[in-house]
Design a protein around this ligand. Structure first.
Ligand SMILES: [Zn+2]
Length: 413
């Protein structure tokens, strides 16, 4: 790492910590709700949802500050030890040796980040969910879920880390391009596997059987000139009171998933609107678009890293590789955290496109608005979040903005 590279890294850390502080501060700024929000939601709901949201914003802010600092210290500790171990400096990393160094370092980093974030995740993901009546899991059930997802993540990070270290050692000049290509195809592979291999590790799925809704799916798809063959119902009710739906997979593995809580507690018209929204993601290929965007992000991060760290030496010793690898991990985590608003903006754009699609294909803005209200109530959503939170992290437009979209559609162009 060059001197200016080190400074750049500290600057990124500073911005990241500032964002963390902004999360916390946002929770303490008094809310003022728009007339529209007050028209659609009563005070009791707004008070309760704001209280829950603010507590989670404080936890999220502290979590990012602590995590970024821990990673920064961990990566820099590597620097010091590498200069002390002068003997090892001459030992050149063989490509297969590099792979295993990458696996080990990626695992160490992943375990560190998991442990550091654990108290915040317990507070946010278990305690708050339970206190506000959203979660139906027991603490042991929740821990099992966490363990399963952590192990899966460790496995993925280990492979990605091993391959990244291999590329650094074997192709010091062209690794940014190769890494991008690798992650691009890796993501495609993962998106194919997700519905049939990954998702069933966590939840049970069954084909949608409701004849009315099946008829709806066929009509909606026909209206949009699409062929939709897979709509599944996920047994979410055992774990959560939340209602949701999502679109996943690529190519033949594409599918729409509806929570059983959505079907149980919401009107057929509302479910139809949610379905139409997910078909919008299907129609516009948003999964593939997301993978392409993250590939572009990978390339930018890798090239920026080459720029600030200086060229990777042709003959990397194992200790040098450790240093370069940990700097790269730190750099990737910091830049992706600092660039979160860009990712959120792009995601919101896709969501608006899917919302407009759902309105066009159903021609039913009243049910669209009803669905937005129903989902916000089921999920105790922050319907009009603080400006910073919305800008930084909102992957969907705020509920009140989506309601406005429905009203605008209704009043016509
Ligand atoms: Zn969506």
């Amino acid at each position: 790492m060059t001197r200016s590279g080190g400074l750049f890294m500290k600057l990124l850390l500073g911005i990241g910590i500032m964002f963390g502080i902004m999360w916390v501060v946002s929770a303490f700024v008094p809310r003022s709700f728009s007339q529209e929000t007050l028209t659609y939601f009563d005070r009791a709901f707004l008070d309760k949802s704001t209280r829950r949201a603010n507590l989670s914003y404080v936890s999220n802010g502290l979590q990012s500050i602590v995590t970024l600092l821990a990673l920064f210290m961990f990566a820099n500790r590597g620097h010091k030890s590498s200069t002390l171990l002068g003997i090892q400096l001459s030992r050149q990393a063989s490509p297969s040796g590099a792979f295993w160094v990458g696996v080990a370092l990626a695992l160490q980093t992943a375990v560190l980040l998991t442990l550091v974030s654990l108290p915040f995740r317990m507070y946010n993901g278990y305690y708050l969910e339970k206190t506000f009546g959203l979660s139906r899991l027991t603490i042991s059930g929740w821990l099992v879920e966490l363990l399963k997802s952590s192990l899966l993540n460790f496995f993925i990070y280990a492979i990605a880390g091993g391959l990244a270290a291999f590329l650094l050692a074997r192709f010091p000049g062209t690794w940014p391009y190769l890494l991008t290509v690798l992650l691009f195809f890796g993501s495609i592979f993962f998106a194919y596997l997700y519905p049939s291999v990954i998702a069933p590790m966590f939840d049970e799925f069954a084909p949608l059987e409701d004849p009315v809704l099946l008829q709806d799916v066929q009509e909606l798809a026909a209206n949009a000139g699409m062929k939709v063959d897979k709509v599944l119902v996920m047994e979410a009710s055992a774990k959560t009171a939340r209602a949701n739906a999502y679109f996943t997979g690529l190519g033949r593995a594409k599918q729409v998933v509806l929570y059983d809580t959505l079907l149980a507690n919401h009107s057929v018209e509302e479910v139809r609107l949610v379905l139409a929204h997910e078909l919008g993601h299907w129609k516009y290929g948003h999964i593939m678009r997301g993978i392409s965007v993250s590939a572009a992000g990978t390339l930018i991060v890798a090239m920026l890293f080459s720029l600030v760290s200086g060229p990777v030496p042709g003959r990397l010793s194992i200790e040098m590789l450790r240093e370069v690898f940990l700097s790269l991990v730190l750099f990737a985590v910091l830049t992706s955290y600092v660039a979160t608003p860009v990712a959120s903006f792009l995601s919101r754009r896709n969501e608006i496109q899917a919302d407009v699609f759902s309105l066009n294909v159903t021609g039913d803005p009243d049910s669209f608005i009803a669905a937005m209200i129903g989902l916000a109530k089921a999920n105790l959503g922050d319907v009009q979040p603080p400006r910073f939170i919305r800008w930084f992290a909102w992957t969907h437009p705020a509920t009140v903005e989506r309601i406005t979209l429905g009203e605008q559609w209704k009043s016509g162009p």
